[in-house]
Design a protein around this ligand. Structure first.
Ligand code: NAD
Length: 280
């Protein structure tokens, strides 16, 4: 049996770990900064499990998926992983530090992947001795339900790594698109431009939260409006994504003061129970 590591058991890391466990025989191990962080990870597994049961999975099967997942706060437990997917905060230095440390414990063949929504893969990989095995695997939230993985190739990512990850994505039932290493790649860049404009409409009093979302849902046939989507992403994560795109691509992505205030006030969207909408 092979072992796959996931670094970060937050919203995305727990979704990735749950989905991999449900689709693969491999054992899955989640690495976090502290034992306390796993409380949230386990709660999210419960939620993903309930959703899987609504889609027809039986309770014992879902239980076996969750039981197959191990937890660690020690990066050395990832030594024998064939693949490690990083899903921690959207911050270049934090991600680089993780990969720098990770490379000292895994072997040369281990494929390293990052779930970044917009940071350059080449920059993250610049701290690696073997950047050819680093690739962006941008999963979408909620991971078990969303079909897409956007693959991002860094300047040194090898063809072998791309092919291996394409096969892996097929095995876990995902479709892929491949993007070159430009800020925001395809999906974040185009989608975030819309979310930033929606926030500006709100700031300028163009319309209400509800009407901005309804307009985009019905006018473009989107399943969800941009502000609802920010609630789902998490306003803190959204702010980090905008800050990073603003640095790279400029004015279109200037972080919204409304968003900054809401994050400062702890209104983080669904995960905190309140954002643009109330979930309590
Ligand atoms: P999150 O804040 O929910 O989770 C991040 C987790 O990483 C936290 O649990 C934290 O304790 C953990 N962590 C931080 N430093 C760590 C370390 N050194 N070692 C191990 N764990 C560590 O964030 P998220 O929403 O899951 O986002 C994670 C990544 O996925 C980001 O790069 C984000 O841009 C990207 N992403 C997010 C979404 C979304 O909808 N939220 C969608 C696609 C991609």
């Amino acid at each position: 049996m092979r072992k796959i590591g996931v670094i970060g058991g937050g919203l995305m890391g727990s979704g990735i770990a749950f989905h991999l466990s449900s689709k693969l025989e491999d054992s899955i191990i989640v690495h976090e900064v502290s034992e306390e962080a796993f409380t949230g990870t386990r709660q999210r597994f419960d939620r993903f499990g309930k959703n899987a049961m609504k889609r027809g999975a039986d309770e014992s099967t879902v239980g076996s998926w969750v039981n197959k997942i191990d937890y660690t706060t020690n990066v050395e437990d990832l030594t024998d992983c064939v693949l490690v997917i990083e899903a921690v905060y959207e911050n270049l230095q934090v991600k680089q530090e993780i990969f720098r440390k990770l490379e000292t414990v895994v072997n040369e063949k281990t494929i390293l992947a990052t779930n970044t929504s917009g940071i350059s893969i080449s920059e993250i990989g610049s701290v690696l001795t073997h950047p050819e095995r680093l690739i962006g695997t941008h999963f979408f939230n909620p991971v078990p339900a969303m079909k897409l993985v956007e693959l991002i190739t860094g300047i040194h990512t090898s063809q072998e790594t791309i092919e291996e990850i394409k096969m892996f994505c097929e095995k876990i039932g995902k479709e892929v698109v491949v993007s070159n290493d430009f800020p925001g790649f395809i999906v974040t860049r185009v989608g975030q431009a819309m979310m930033c404009e929606a926030l500006r409409c709100l700031e300028q009093g163009v319309a209400t939260v509800e009407d901005i979302d309804k307009g985009m849902r019905l006018g473009y046939n989107y399943p969800m409006g941009p502000l609802e989507l920010i609630d789902l992403i998490g306003l803190d994560t959204e702010l980090k994504i905008q800050q990073s795109l603003f640095e790279e691509l400029g004015e279109v992505f200037r972080p919204s003061p409304v968003l900054k205030n809401m994050v400062a006030g702890g209104l983080l969207g669904r995960k905190s129970g309140k954002g643009f909408y109330n979930y309590q």
